[in-house]
Design a protein around this ligand. Structure first.
Ligand code: HEM
Length: 413
């Protein structure tokens, strides 16, 4: 396997406890062995790379830090590496920070901004709302399969997984589905190619510019979508500032696309490479709910960060202001102290208190939606294509960093 995320000028890692590199190709491909090693000898690792960061690998540390919003606030920054190209120092044109002074709430905010922005988003992601998006998600999955089923092969990452969440979120935000590929490009620029100033800037400016125009349009032509509702909502007797609405919409697009597509891709990659699990799931569809939770646990896609605003001493670790703490939810979910046979995928695992969606006040606001998309995408695929396998396991490519998942995974059936 090769990785698609190849940051420039990478020096080989000397010791994972003191010099880890989340963009190391081997780590992107298989981070699990590194976490197992670190949990035994240095559960909170450190690196000077990428501006300096700390990597907790145990469930207890990750969840304790996630819940400690006083010492580990989100307002200092949540990207796993410094957001290159966003300070106006590189690239051309205005700096996005000037356009989004409040960042992308609620994820980049602390209370009180966090509290009310989250409260406004949650009803759009409720179980009832989510159920109303299920028929269009199922129809979309079927249509994608119609497009490749006759050829006997497909890239389950690029032709299928990647195509689903962006169209569902476009539907919720009330933006035209034909812009989906453009959206996907911007999201990849923001998250997957975050180390490249020009790409990151292009992605952020693309998303922000799009929502600036969308807001202007909804002011003239109100509809019943989320953007229109936010434009007509008052908080403490005043309309919400436009930059906050743009930040919230940008977050939904960015948080809802790469994450879920990576989770769908990893699940199908697993089923393509583990025929016993695939046949069992085809024969026993009632295992789907536990299987979805197990895929989320074992292949958790999302790592967030907290950039420290002041020095913090955590379990003897001298964390400095300006450094990051990586919210290693994927590593926590492989902790053998919490999960029996943590490195095995057990599709009917009963006790599964995974933290793929985070923990504490920032716990994923879109988890109902993500679970529905994941279930429908897998269900639809294996119902129509019950037998499939990787054409060449060595040609599968993975993205890593903030979001981990396969980017090319060709199967035949
Ligand atoms: C499998 C798919 C997904 C995974 C694994 C995932 C994971 C996460 C994680 C780990 C966080 C916590 C961040 C932190 O602690 O800093 C988070 C927050 C969030 N996610 Fe998701 N997410 C997924 C899909 C979605 C979707 C589909 C949406 C909506 C379109 C969404 C919207 C959000 C929002 C709005 C937040 C911020 C919540 C807050 O700060 O209060 N996510 N997600």
């Amino acid at each position: 396997m090769t990785d698609t995320t190849s940051a420039p000028d990478r020096q080989p890692v000397s010791d994972w406890a003191t010099d880890y590199d989340i963009f190391d190709p081997e780590y992107v491909r298989n981070p699990f062995a590194v976490w197992d090693d670190l949990r035994d000898r240095c559960p909170v690792a450190h690196t000077d790379r990428w501006g300096g960061s700390w990597l907790p690998t145990k469930y207890e540390d990750v969840t304790r830090i996630a819940r400690d919003i006083e010492r580990f606030p989100s307002g200092g920054g949540i990207a796993v590496i410094p957001p290159v190209g966003l300070d106006g120092a590189s690239g051309t044109g205005p700096a996005p920070v000037a356009i989004l002074p409040y960042g992308v709430p609620p994820i980049s905010a602390d209370p009180p901004l966090h509290t009310w922005t989250r409260r406004l988003i949650l009803p759009w992601m409720s179980p009832q709302k989510t159920a109303s998006y299920e028929p269009m998600t199922r129809a979309l999955c079927d249509k994608l399969i119609d497009g490749f089923i006759a050829s006997g092969q497909a890239d389950v990452a690029a032709d299928y997984a990647q195509q689903i969440p962006v169209r569902v979120i476009a539907h919720i935000l009330g933006v035209p589905p034909e812009l989906s590929d453009t959206f996907t490009g911007w999201v990849r620029d923001v998250l997957e190619f975050a180390y490249d100033p020009e790409r990151r800037r292009r992605g952020v400016m693309g998303v922000v510019g799009f929502f600036q125009n969308a807001l202007a349009d909804r002011r003239m032509n109100p509809s019943d979508d989320l953007i229109s509702e936010l434009l007509h909502t008052e908080v403490d007797g005043a309309p919400i500032e436009e930059s906050v609405i743009i930040g919230m919409c940008s977050l939904l697009l960015i948080a809802g696309v790469d994450t879920t597509w990576s989770a769908i891709g990893s699940s199908l990659w697993h089923l393509a490479s583990h025929p016993d699990d695939r046949r069992r799931l085809v024969e026993r569809p009632e295992l789907m709910d536990t299987a979805v939770e197990e895929f989320l646990r074992a292949y958790s896609p999302v790592t967030m960060a907290r950039r420290l605003l002041e020095d913090v001493e955590y379990e003897g670790c001298p964390m400095k202001a300006g450094e990051r703490v990586l919210m290693n939810f994927p590593g926590a979910n492989r902790d053998p102290e919490v999960f029996e046979n943590a490195d095995q995928v057990i599709i009917d695992r009963q006790l599964n208190r995974h933290v793929a969606f985070g923990a504490g006040i920032h716990r994923c606001a879109g988890s109902n939606l993500a679970r529905m998309e994941l279930r429908v995408a897998i269900e639809t695929f294996i119902a129509r294509i019950p037998e499939f396998e990787l054409i060449d396991p060595s040609s599968v490519t993975w993205a890593g960093g903030q979001v981990r998942g396969p980017r090319e995974a060709r199967v035949r059936f």
